[in-house]
Design a protein around this ligand. Sequence first.
Ligand code: ADP
Length: 163
Amino acid sequence: MRTAIYPGSFDPLTNGHLDVIQRAVKLFDRVIVAVAKNDGKQPLFTLDERFALVKKAVKHLPNVEADAFDGLLVEYVVSRKAQAIVRGLRAVSDFEFEFQLALMNRKLNENVETIFMMPKETYTFLSSRLVKEIARLGGDVGAFVPAHVQNALAKKFAGTKRS
Ligand code: ADP
């Protein structure tokens, strides 16, 4: 059983993340989308909210499950009996950080491989940060996130100043 962990903040999950998940599941028997607690990042959505949004988004995908984790990623990978970490690469700008992260994780556990997947070109410009910014300013994010994420964003920003 080949299992991959796709870790991230998913604050919130976007269609770019979903694209990576759908590609990864073609290579593995099981993909676990693991929402990181990430206190340092001051997320817009709580861990529970981010997890619930991911869970709903992958419900219809066979062999994909959602989970949440805290602490060291390589330890989580071992605890889930997984062999690999999947990360998405959008542009050169992602590379430096992802490269560093992958090599550090290898240093911590050399049995865990990191695999990079590139999304469909249309999603290469997409990030949770931009989606939040557009939603905050009242823009339409319907093309970038699933409908339930769009609703959650609308709720979060309801009543906030849009200028
Ligand atoms: P993190 O805070 O760990 O970077 P993110 O939720 O921002 O978490 O991203 C998780 C992973 O998904 C990262 O590897 C990131 O590069 C990748 N990713 C994010 N958005 C996209 C996208 N539009 N296309 C492909 N990969 C993406």
